[in-house]
Ligand binder design. Sequence first.
Ligand code: DGL
Length: 279
Amino acid sequence: MYKHAPIAIYDSGIGGLAITKVIKALLPEETVHYIGDTKHLPYGEKNEMELSGYVTKVANFCLSKGYKLLVIACNTATAAAAHFLPSYLKAMGTEIGIINVIDPVIAHIHAANCYKQIALIGTNYTVASGIYTERLRTTGITLTTLATPLLVPMVEACFNGSKINRSLLDHYLNQIAVPHLDALIPACTHYLFLKIALKNFLKKRYAKEIKVIDAAKLTALAVKQWLTTHNLLNQKASKPRDCFMATALTPSFINACKQLFGKTPIAINLNGVDLSLSI
Ligand code: DGL
């Protein structure tokens, strides 16, 4: 495993770009290769078999490229694949590391030990999977979950020039009937782009600041920690050559890559990946 090998970051679409932004700010010398499976967006409406298939294809692609670390920057893909992906990668005889966006949030909540009432918004799949409820079961925290699937296309549309749809946001968030809320988990990486709008809504509703748990920051710190522990931080002075790829070049994906990173994405085909290839 090489220090200069890129980090792969994967989501169904642009949500993982919010995570990528913070990883790049924290670790500017690392090269990132972003994979958006835009052909199959939205993941939140798919079933376990479909999602497992998509994740496996992306994992095979990453193995063929020799990346040092794969960041699953998607709650939905994590909820579907967390139980088999690490053992699948091990069985393939690879040393690639794997980090998802759920474990760092769960670890933060356990360590903080200060939350009693938490609300969570996520895709239909993530909410139905119960993955957060299961992982917080021993904490005594009351977790109220709500599926807010239409926020995904709304965020995608925002990168095509649309404004945040306040009435849709209000319609969903008004359904969170928790009297004393301590924190909100935006459990879909697309929603990280709504952090300020979510904070403002909660401040108005509860007349105080409510913590919006920042999966981007927590995941970036987990990436740094993993690279440090495995002695894989890139110390090369050469400029990182980041690359943004998507299975379908949608206008929102193109616009988001340009706006956030000044990069034009390229199309990739994840079918028929040759596992003998490497970077
Ligand atoms: N960004 C993804 C997540 O974190 C899901 C969006 C989608 O439904 O594709 O769950």
